[in-house]
Design a protein around this ligand. Sequence first.
Ligand code: SAM
Ligand code: FES
Length: 353
Amino acid sequence: MTERERSLILRLARERRLSEAEYAELIANRDPEAAQLLAELASAARRAVFGEAVYTRGLIELSSICRNNCLYCGIRRDNRLAERYRLTAEEILSCADEGYGLGFRTFVLQGGEDMYFTDEVLCGIVKALKARHPDCAVTLSMGERSRESYRALYDAGADRYLLRHETADSAHYARLHPAEMSFENRMRCLADLRDTGYQVGCGFMVGSPYQTPEILARDLAFIEGFRPAMCGIGPFIPHRNTPFRSEPAGTLELTLFLLSVLRLILPEALLPATTALGTIHPSGRELGILAGANVVMPNLSPVGVRKKYELYDNKICTGEESAQCRGCLEQRMAAIGCHLAVDRGDAPNWTRR
Ligand code: SAM
Ligand code: FES
């Protein structure tokens, strides 16, 4: 690490921001020494806000049916080999009941853009979930919808919404998505979610095809300005039945580096150590926490459907029961001196409605 890199990192830790050109420089010139310094500063920043608590969110994967055709995604519409399923409202509620018993106080309902989940259907599910578990937060991750839809779901009780921006560079966005999807609409959705009152999560894949340090710098500058409550980043992993099947996966090293940078930009953010990170390395999630992340999202979906929600190859936790997954993560976190928190884990300073 040069003196220049060290001074950029120390300034980032102090001022919580760099210019876009400086982010690009930091990424392009990174080395293990810089990564180590960033991880130490990021861990200290995480501990100062959250102590040793790691928040958990129980992930329920509602549907593998999707109208979209993102070039990277295993459940894209054109993947004729994908196995499709859709959970019933009863199945979703029973996954949540089981999760509640295991100590989860946030449920993330995620799925492909399955048109079955109209506002009426999804609002019904959110209301029923909140009625059964009023002390729990509901996070939705159901893709791009209208402003009115986001409002209706918020009024039904949804607290948070995850919609990765995927890339903050519109030309890069166009290379990852079919022409019918647009960067402008993605940004419109994020603005609408923010206006509606949600705790909003954005994020991107690390190592997606055509990504450069300059594009990552743009992502960081976007996140610095948008100030999301949550930010999900994980490595891109190719799926054998997508146009990106032969592209290399994102690396552990760059993902950890960026998690540390993000923690310094947003000390109070909820940053997951993702399943994708656990997929590319057996200790990926633990290393993610040590680099600055503070959230894990074990799977609560019925075991019978887990393999079918296959966004990328070799996804972990597809054969485990929910209790096993929770227990496994409890042990993994204990091994690095952390514990799983049993509470909603709202963004600090968030005023509840
Ligand atoms: N349909 C919702 C949406 O678009 O936000 C939620 C499901 S979508 C599959 C969730 C996230 O998975 C995407 O935002 C994307 O970043 C990630 N993802 C998709 N394919 C991936 C891949 N091959 N490797 C890593 N992450 C992937
Ligand atoms: Fe699912 Fe380890 S977290 S089995």
